[in-house]
Design a protein around this ligand. Structure first.
Ligand code: B4P
Length: 193
C-alpha cells in the first residue's frame, strides 16, 4: 500500500443504505490517513447535541427521507474547508441527488481539487434490510429502512450514471465479509494509483 498511502486521495463511497459504506470508510481512512466524512454521521451528531441544524433535520432523518439539498451543500462546504480535508478525504453518503452532484462539483472547483474515484458497494436488498435491522439505529426500523432504500433507488441510483460517464465509477461486490470487501477496495486503489 506504500504508493497508495502516499497519494492524496479524494474519494466517494456510494451504495444503498446499509451497504457498508461507513464500515469500509473507517478502515480505509485510517490506512490512508484521510478523514472519513459521513454526512449521515454529521447529521446524527448535530441531532444528538441539539444544535440548530440538528433540530431542523431531526424529523426528516427519522422518517428516512433526505434532508434538503441546500442545507446539505452548506454542511459539506464547511466540512470540506476544514484543514484536515486539505490533503484528501473520503466522502460517505454524499452526493445522494443530482443537485448534490452539481453542488459537489461547485465546492471542489472552488477548492481547486477533483475526485479521483467513486466506489460503489453493491449489496442485494434483502441483505441491506438484514444488516440495518442488526445495527439497530433509531432510523433502522424495517418500515424506515424500506423507505430509505426506495429513496435511494429513486434519487441516488440515477446519479451513478453521471460518474460512470465521467469514467470515475468502480463497482465492488459488497456481499462478502468486511475483510474481503476491504481487500477488494484496496486492490481497486492499487490499480488506480
Ligand atoms: P447514512 O448515515 O449515510 O446511513 P446508511 O447509508 O444507512 O449507512 P452505511 O451504508 O454507511 O452502512 P453501515 O456501514 O453502517 O444516512 C442516514 C440518513 O441521514 C439518511 O437516511 C438521510 O436522512 C440523512 N442523510 C445523510 N446524508 C444525506 C445527504 N447527502 N442528503 C440528504 N440526507 C442525507 O453498515 C450497515 C450495517 O451492516 C452495520 O451494522 C455493519 O456492521 C454491517 N455490515 C457492514 N459491512 C458488512 C459486511 N460486509 N457483512 C456483514 N455486515 C456488514
Amino acid at each position: 500500500m506504500a504508493d497508495v498511502a502516499s497519494r492524496r486521495w479524494r474519494l466517494l463511497i456510494m451504495g444503498a443504505p446499509g451497504s457498508g459504506k461507513g464500515t469500509q470508510a473507517a478502515g480505509l481512512c485510517e490506512e490512508l490517513q484521510i478523514p472519513a466524512i459521513s454526512t449521515g454521521e454529521m447529521l446524527r451528531d448535530a441531532m444528538a447535541s441539539g444544535t440548530e441544524l440538528g433540530r431542523r433535520v431531526e424529523s426528516i432523518v427519522r422518517s428516512g427521507a433526505l434532508v434538503d439539498d441546500a442545507t446539505m451543500e452548506e454542511v459539506l462546504r464547511q466540512r470540506l474547508s476544514d484543514d484536515d480535508a486539505r490533503n484528501g478525504f473520503l466522502l460517505d453518503g454524499y452526493p445522494r441527488t443530482e443537485a448534490q452532484v452539481e453542488a459537489l462539483d461547485r465546492i471542489l472547483e472552488d477548492l481547486g481539487v477533483a475526485l479521483d474515484l467513486v466506489i460503489l458497494l453493491q449489496v442485494p436488498e434483502d441483505e441491506l434490510i438484514r444488516r440495518a435491522l442488526g445495527r439497530g439505529r433509531e432510523d433502522d426500523t424495517e418500515e424506515i429502512i424500506r423507505r430509505r432504500i426506495e429513496v435511494y433507488r429513486a434519487q441516488t441510483e440515477p446519479i451513478l450514471n453521471i460518474y460512470r460517464e465521467r469514467g470515475l465509477l468502480t463497482s465492488v461486490d459488497g456481499l462478502r465479509s468486511v475483510e474481503e470487501v476491504g481487500s477488494s477496495l484496496r486492490q481497486v486503489l492499487k490499480e488506480a494509483a
